[in-house]
Design a protein around this ligand. Sequence first.
Ligand code: GH3
Ligand code: MG
Ligand code: MG
Length: 523
Amino acid sequence: MLPAQDQLGIAPNFAPRMPVIVAAKVFVVLVCLALLALDACRSWDAYNIKLHENEVNASNLVRSLAQHAEDVFIQADTVLVSLTERLENDGIEPARLRRLGTLMQAHVKELPQLHGLFIYDDNGSWLANSLHLIPNKVNNSDRFYFRYHRNHEDRGPYIGAPIVSRSTGEWILTMSRRFNRPDGSFGGVVLATIHMDYFVRFYQTFGIGKQGIIILALNDGTQLAQYPFVEEQVGRNLKDSPPFSQQLLHSLQGTYANNPSSLDGIDRITSYRRPERLPLVAAVSLARHEVLASWWRDAWQSFVMVAVLALLLGAMGLRLAYHISLHIEAEQKLLEVRDDLQGLNRQLESIAMQDGLTGLANRRQFDTMLLNEFNRAMRNQHSLALVMIDVDLFKQYNDVYGHPAGDECLRLIAHSILACQKRPGDLAARYGGEEIAVLLPDTDLEGAHLVAESIRLAISGLAIINPRSPNGIITVSCGVAAIVPEKGASIPMDLLMAADRALYRAKSMGRNQIVSAPEVLAA
Ligand code: GH3
Ligand code: MG
Ligand code: MG
């Protein structure tokens, strides 16, 4: 006998199929993709935070630069206001101008941004300056600031485009005011010149990367100073560049991305601010790739780590899924083998329980079933019936036709008996030789008699010739008995003996008939 399913260690419901493996593989791939997606989200957040940080830093820096530029020009203007006031009240006599010259020298020494201070009369001739000498035949009426003041009665300060100093040859910025004669007519111009280099040197103290740019410009777009200093770009007008025209003129401060720059093709982010009291604008442009350099480094490092992790996870997961699939395959094969063995086992069992010649149950199965049904009938107090069938004069049939023909005759008889079985619980068994027993659970004597009669008729209906029989054909005799077993009072053998006695009586009464056992009925 083969081991039962549980003894083989196989759980009855444990039969995972290949779709589970496909789902596991899909799950592993999804986990890997989710890891990469999470990293991409994290990097995207870091990217936005980096840009925001840069915006805050740049806007703080540009606020300082705007304040610085305003302070530098306001300091110069304070000197110009005082000179204008003296010129208008004290006049331009040579002695006064000499004293003013000394005062101007003191101012220039005091304020490091000042390149010089100058006074011109209404024709542009030099009246006084902070230098120690007044060059001959030098006239500044061609300068734009001079023409501006001569043509405008406005008394406010005027900041001009960068120019090359006639006294020192360096790039300077100009701030000037008009002074009037007592009658209100144009009296001349006071001028403060400021080192452009003063701004450039200040700007270079800030860390703005290799491709960052700081620009100081007038509101009309005229560039006053730039770091890094590029001589060809001095004094250029930015008003036609789109960011300047679109953004800087319309708000006090802000940030914009000019990608990429029309000048050098570099993608920059610019923050700008305009001071409140002067028509200036300060701007800081940082190269986007420099701002994001650390972010790129971090993002790559993190991507490489996550990608390696995802690959390892994916490889291990898929390998695991592969091994599980092998395991499942092996298990399935084992189950198939088990099923085959169980089928074989059932076949062997049925062979062991069957009669080889007739295909009916054999004696062993009959004995087991008789015991079982007897006990059941006892428990339920139902009637159990037995029909014992014996072929009449079969020895003679064998003698006439031989044993093989006898065997074939027995097969035909068995087939007829099976055909008469009405209920699945009935059992027909070859009891021995040409004797067949039919066990009929839940059947009384009367019912069993009817079954026996139908069997007898079916067999004589086969009309198998038996020349030595009085009827000329094969017939059977049947002994029928039935019992409602009582506990402790009856045993299976009682039923067998009763049926056998009835059969004996049927034989002695002339064969081809049925005898029921009345004494059993009575019991
Ligand atoms: P009756 O029962 O009517 O008194 O007469 P009978 O000739 O049938 O007598 P008995 O039952 O004593 O003889 C049984 C015979 O059945 C003996 C034997 O030749 C035959 N027989 C028993 N088993 C087989 C079998 O498997 N094959 C064949 N061919 N014959 C068998
Ligand atoms: Mg016999
Ligand atoms: Mg017989």
